[in-house]
Design a protein around this ligand. Structure first.
Ligand code: NAD
Length: 479
């Protein structure tokens, strides 16, 4: 018998026997592993109401005490780190090592955000009048709705919850219907701490049901969403009805530029790592390569060796894999269709190029493609799978122009030994992040923010923290 989880509202797990449930399966085996609720509008309303009731007292609590609650949650996660990683492996298909990194990073992230408790600052401004003081206060927004994707499902809980809570907000989280179990396990651990009821609430459900109910709810003050451009755009339209603030972390099509003077071994390994991690399902993954013509073949040879040596399979039974399956049938079909399209557009498949037949599960071969052109979909649309297209360019000018010619603007990278070229790329690439001579992966103290259709606002560090606050300017006139 598979477990059926319950929504976590106002500090208690609440049964809703009349509501439909969602089957959660293991993408490596297609076996049913659990059921979660598909929350109705009434359930979402109860969760938002609980968050609203809890917010004023939570805001009054000194930040250092709020941080204490966050640290207690982080400690719980560490106590259960192995089981939590196992859950992520089973429901998302992540390889074991990366699932463990995700759990540990999540606990570290919560502790990092807790450290801001004594560093939250307002400003004192000069006045044009005698005997007046002007204070700019930073206050919580109120009730936050956090809507999560499936690719780093556990970490994304922390990326929403920790900055929201330390700044005095309360939160309602809706995980992805593909990977909700880890969030319900998170709630189970939160319930073992003494976090006040209603500060954190969790509702399961699909985007069209629970998701819509949450983002259209007038009791929500800020929607922080991570997911696709299409859903982000829809959420922004829905939020427009109530003029609810949005923070959107959306898709990417990250370019990696390799110049002729680069360390090619380093470049190939960093790009490869950034492409197969999480089976290519990462928003900041290297999604397209522009390499100077003179070193094109040398880079492709190195990449081909790495791609061909990729170990993939079912991570719930095999340790030490580079890749697991794609998350679902739709993800697999999309990747397969994009590679077929590239092939018929005239691109050359160097390694891979088809579904991997492992008997069951949504596996795709690690795939390296060359001979692409800028107008091909494989160079323009987000692949979100283990497929890397490589295009030769004449020089840095052409590489920067092609990199910037994208509707996405999340991350980018350049490999070169020239400080001048690296700094030119840093000045001219129009992306939220640029990695120089290293793989694509952000730090918690940075600021992860996309330009163009990659999003609005950002996450992490001081700037991400302040996305969860509002300013309040107070003018004090004395005599
Ligand atoms: P998705 O947009 O399909 O779903 C994300 C979440 O939105 C899910 O919880 C879903 O239930 C919910 N949702 C769907 N429709 C909704 C609606 N109408 N109203 C409210 N909620 C709704 O995205 P996904 O497939 O889960 O994630 C993959 C995408 O996320 C990729 O495009 C990837 O690039 C992006 N992503 C971005 C970042 C970042 O930091 N920029 C990080 C991870 C993933």
């Amino acid at each position: 018998m598979q477990p059926t989880y319950q929504n976590y509202i106002a500090g208690a797990f609440v049964g809703t026997p009349d509501e439909p449930t969602i089957d959660v399966t293991n993408p490596a085996t297609q076996e049913l592993i659990a059921r979660v609720p598909d929350a109705s509008a009434a359930t979402v309303d109860a969760a938002v109401a609980a968050a609203r009731r809890a917010q004023p007292a939570w805001e009054k609590l000194p930040p250092i005490q709020r941080a204490g609650h966050l640290r207690a949650i982080a400690a719980k996660l560490r106590e259960h780190r192995t089981e939590l990683a196992r859950v992520i492996v089973r429901e998302q298909g992540k390889v074991q090592g990366l699932a463990q990194v995700e759990v540990d990073f999540t606990a570290d992230y919560i502790d990092y955000m807790a450290e801001w408790a004594r560093r939250l600052e307002g400003e004192v401004l000069t006045s044009d009048r005698p005997n007046e003081s002007i204070f700019l206060l930073r206050k919580p927004v109120g009730v936050v709705a956090g809507i999560l994707p499936w690719n780093f499902p556990f970490f994304l809980i922390a990326r929403k919850l920790a900055p929201a809570l330390v700044t005095g907000n309360t939160i309602v989280i809706k995980p992805s219907e593909e990977t909700p179990i880890n969030a319900f396990e998170f709630a189970r651990l939160v319930a073992e701490t003494d976090l006040p009821a209603g500060v954190f609430n969790l509702v399961g459900g699909r985007g069209a049901t629970a998701g819509e109910a949450l983002v259209s709810h007038p009791g929500v003050d800020l929607i922080t969403f991570t997911g696709s451009v299409a859903t982000g755009s829809r959420i922004m339209q829905t939020a427009g009805r109530n003029l609810t603030r949005v923070n959107l972390e959306l898709g990417g099509k990250a370019p990696a530029i390799v110049l002729a003077d680069a360390d090619l071994d380093l470049a190939a390994k960093a790009i490869y790592d950034s492409r197969v991690i999480n089976t290519g399902q990462v928003c900041n993954c290297a999604e397209r390569v522009y390499v100077e013509r003179g070193v094109h073949d040398a880079l492709v040879d190195r990449l081909a060796k790495l791609f061909a040596a990729t170990r993939y399979g079912d991570p719930s039974v095999e340790a030490d894999l580079h890749m697991g399956p794609l998350v679902n049938q739709a993800g697999l079909d999309k990747v397969a269709a994009m590679v077929e399209q590239a092939r018929s557009d005239g691109a050359r498949i160097v390694v891979g190029g088809k579904r991997a037949d492992l008997g069951r599960g949504f596996h795709y071969e690690p795939t390296l493609i060359t001979g692409t052109r800028a107008d091909m979909d494989i160079m323009r649309k987000e692949i979100f799978g283990p497929v890397l297209p490589v295009q030769a360019v004449d020089d840095l000018d052409e590489a920067i122009a092609l990199a910037n010619d994208s509707e996405y603007g999340l991350t980018s990278s350049i490999f070169t030994r020239s400080l001048d070229s690296a700094m030119r790329a840093a000045r001219e690439l129009r992306f939220g992040e640029t990695y120089i001579n290293r793989e694509h992966f952000e730090a918690m103290q940075g600021f992860h923010a996309g330009r163009r259709k990659s999003g609005i606002g950002g996450a992490d560090g001081k700037h991400g923290l302040y996305e969860f606050t509002e300013t309040h300017v107070v003018y004090l006139q004395t005599s």
